[in-house]
Design a protein around this ligand. Sequence first.
Ligand code: F6P
Length: 335
Amino acid sequence: MIRAIVRKGIFHHGDEFVGFMEGWRGVLEDLTLPLQLKTVAGILPRGGTILRTSRTNPAKKEHGLQQCIVNLDKHGVDALIAIGGDDTQSVSLKLYERGVKVVAVPKTIDNDLSGTDFCFGFDTAVSVATEAIDRVHTTAEAHNRVIVVEVMGRDAGWIALYSGVAGGADVILIPERPFDIAEVAESLKRRHDRGIYFSIVVVAEGAKLAKGSGVISETTKTDEFGHVRLGGIANVLAAEIERRTGFETRAVILGHILRGGTPTAFDRMLATRYGVGAIDLVHQGRFGQMVALKGTEITSVPIADAVAKTRCVTQELIDVALSLVDSSEQAVPSH
Ligand code: F6P
């Protein structure tokens, strides 16, 4: 993405670039990296970002947004391209409302920004999760075990649903469909009654109990955007499944493994198209917009719309998952 932005900007518009390090912290504290052709050479297969990142929220610091504007002015920034998910883009929107010329690019494995079909990073995370599910199948089957695989995704079940379907999971639990642990245990028992002595349960880190009081995580710590640090529901679920069914059950928490390694070809292509789309928006003077993929076309949507609400898994995808199993062994809670 950064490579595409810099190359199109320099080759076709004679632009100059400065990168701000560590997300909004760099804009707030004036941490910069000159971005030239040589800076972006060879980064296509690299995961993460050469600019690094952080969960800094300038809106939470005294005069933070104003300080960002001062630092942007100091570097003579004519346009700011902000790459990130809903937290990043919520700050983009605030700066845009204060007169900064911002263009946004949707990059999050959670795939939960509204107005776009796919966010950059999602496909890579799904590929890694699917491969992991394929691998744990071996142990589940060989040892007659239930294995609960936890994937990231915050409040959306995109990674869980995609990797769960692609990896042939028997139960998929997503935040959009609060679940009943008794039903999960019963459906696993019915599967065993049919003579299949192993099962794979994929659970999104943000999945919730139907009769619970919110997310199940190992910590209640929050970040600067007010989000609880998720992770750990698989451990709780595995213990409860074992207790209720008597089947030996293990938990595998994939966590940050999903955010590492080399991006898929799909993500590289998407990032390149988004990068080119972002620089085009800048030169068309269309600020306050986020590049987006709609069907097969690159388009744009107002940042305000993109961050207005979490984009949840669609009913059509849930129906696909449900179509693959006997209705007594529902892969995704249907209500
Ligand atoms: O938003 C992306 C994401 O990977 C979520 O899926 C996950 O809950 C969170 O970030 C983890 O954040 P951190 O690396 O700060 O713990």
